[in-house]
Design a binder for this molecule. Structure first.
Ligand code: HPA
Length: 234
């Protein structure tokens, strides 16, 4: 047990999928895993371990934002020896060619700041995905037929943004979408020599104001979970 995860040491698999929303962890575990067992309920941040195609996998909520994700990813890595961590989550589209329901596989994640900023100080470290996971996710996405984009994303610290000029600069520099967790996951994985990737579903669009209707969410998020599982074990 750790401060934030109530699981026994061997309750957690070496491969962990991390949605922001704990109820999405429950839904993904019930939908995709065999013999899923709830392994964490501390603070309602649900986690489940089961098997997918014979492979042991944990799906653990991360909460919203990099400080929350940092707590769960640190404990999964340091105390439970997680080796492969894949964020599955939603993001806001930032390019005209990126549509609602599309999947974004994040090659890099830019930030203004992050919980790791204190380490890097004046250095602008470039948080990047694990290449093997990225390549496997692209291959899996091509199999599903879902429209997929591979490139840079922006991990913001705010959802209600008082600096729209930052979004404009990100868009001008080709950033595909905005979310709030991936960059810190990539930095932690780099620090601890683990594999990390973020596979994201576009749930809303900053330019068009479109948003995914509630009834469409499950199907779209399902594509993303399938891509993440195939990438992890492909
Ligand atoms: N901004 C930040 N995070 C997000 C968004 C957004 O528009 N959509 C989904 N996650």
């Amino acid at each position: 047990m750790t401060i934030h995860i109530g699981a026994q040491p061997d309750d957690i698999a070496q491969t962990v999928l991390m949605p922001g929303d704990p109820y999405r962890a429950k839904w993904a575990a019930e939908t995709f895993l065999t013999d899923a067992k709830c392994i964490n309920e501390v603070r309602g941040m649900l986690g489940f371990t089961g098997t997918w195609n014979g492979h042991r996998v944990t799906i653990q909520g991360s909460g919203m934002g990099m400080p929350s994700l940092s707590i769960y990813a640190n404990e999964l890595i340091r105390d439970y020896n997680a080796q492969t961590l894949i964020r599955i989550g939603s993001c806001g589209g930032m390019q005209p060619h990126v549509g609602i329901r599309d999947v974004i596989i994040a090659m890099s994640a830019s930030t203004l700041t992050s919980p790791s900023q204190g380490i890097f100080k004046e250095l602008n470290f470039a948080p990047t995905a694990n290449y093997d996971l990225l390549a496997a996710a692209v291959a899996a996405a091509n199999e599903t037929g879902v429209k997929t984009h591979v490139g840079g994303i922006y991990s913001s610290d705010v959802f209600y943004d008082e600096r729209p000029d930052l979004n404009e600069q990100m868009t001008r520099h080709g950033i595909l979408g905005v979310e709030m967790e991936a960059a810190e996951l990539y930095m932690l994985a780099a620090r601890h020599n683990r594999r990390a990737l973020a596979v994201l579903t576009v749930s809303d669009h900053l330019q068009t104001g479109e948003a995914l209707p509630a009834e469409d969410r499950e199907r779209s998020f399902g594509d993303m979970v399938e891509i993440a599982l195939k990438a992890a074990f492909g």
